[in-house]
Design a protein around this ligand. Structure first.
Ligand code: SAM
Length: 286
């Protein structure tokens, strides 16, 4: 089977099956072998690993994964890609293709049914229209996942890694950093894909914490506070929390909680670290 990681072989297989790209599925296929090597290297795949790939496309990254992992399961929504995948992955006996919407798949069930409950690795060149939903869904589901090594839009990668006080810092940074340690593995230009996306891309690896670096009594309340603070970014934290629909604290309760945490009443949410949001949630839980 020819290596798909170049424009010529990709175009040739697409033509053979008369495949047309579907914009609504975020289809931008990788055609650069250096990038593919970087992804599998960053993902630290070994022969012990069970890998879940989200959106295999025509199977370009899947081939690299099959070469290195013990077992691969690839979840693809587009039924028109299934016959192509059957051909391109035919040399491999360690891969299973599921035609499903990843947002409707119970990942923990995959872990239990196919890997005896042992943690898995996730690798993907993600469809950008649902990147954050996929990642947050995976992190919040508490499925047994060791790491996610994923291609995302460059700005999304920056937001995931952002530190307090920077322009990219927001609810996504805090949510990702509560569950996982992010690191940037590579920046990827648009010409590494077919068709070229209009945005820059980056490979980011999220290594899931066994235990979050931050302890909080009421996780759901902390995330409501975070969400409320960044909904109204320009407001002070006091005003942001007071006007939030998802919270029902009065001004006095909010000011007392901030005083308890030794935070100035003029502070904005974007200045708070994850640890400070956790302490604030604990102060409200009292
Ligand atoms: N992995 C291939 C590659 O790197 O060349 C394709 C990556 S492409 C950016 C995203 C893939 O995700 C497409 O094949 C698309 O059809 C698939 N996809 C889009 N939405 C999906 C969903 N909800 N569930 C599963 N796959 C999806």
């Amino acid at each position: 089977m020819a290596n798909l990681a170049n424009a010529q072989n990709t175009i040739s297989i697409l033509k053979k099956y008369d495949f047309h790209f579907q914009k609504k599925f975020g289809q931008n296929f990788l055609i650069d072998s250096h990038v593919l090597n970087k992804i599998v290297y960053a993902a630290e795949i070994t022969k012990e690993d069970f890998v879940l790939e989200i959106g295999p496309g025509i199977g370009t990254l899947t081939q690299y994964l099959c070469e290195r992992a013990r077992q691969v399961i690839a979840v693809e929504i587009d039924k028109n890609l299934i016959p192509i995948l059957k051909e391109t992955l035919s040399p491999y006996h360690n891969v299973m293709i599921l035609q499903e919407d990843i947002l409707k798949v119970d990942i923990q069930k995959i872990v239990e049914n196919y890997n005896e409950g042992r943690p898995i690795k996730i690798v993907a060149n993600l469809p950008y229209y649902i990147t954050t939903r996929i990642i947050m869904g995976l992190l919040e589901s508490h499925a047994e996942v060791i790491s996610m090594t994923v291609m995302v839009q460059k700005e999304v990668a920056s937001r995931m890694q952002a530190a307090p006080g920077t322009k990219d810092y927001g609810a996504l940074s805090l949510a990702v950093q509560y569950y996982a340690l992010p690191y940037l593995a590579a920046n990827v230009p648009a010409n590494c894909f077919l068709p070229r996306p209009k945005v820059g891309s980056a490979v980011i690896r999220l290594i899931r914490y066994q235990q979050s670096p931050v302890n909080v009594k009421n996780e759901a309340l902390m995330f409501r506070l975070i969400h409320a603070s960044f909904q109204q970014r320009r407001k002070t934290l006091v005003n942001g929390l007071f006007h939030a629909e998802e919270l029902s604290f009065d001004k006095k309760e909010i000011e007392d909680a901030l005083n308890f945490c030794q935070l100035p009443l003029s502070i904005r949410g974007e200045a708070l670290t994850l640890e400070q949001f956790a302490r604030l949630a604990d102060a409200f839980s009292k």
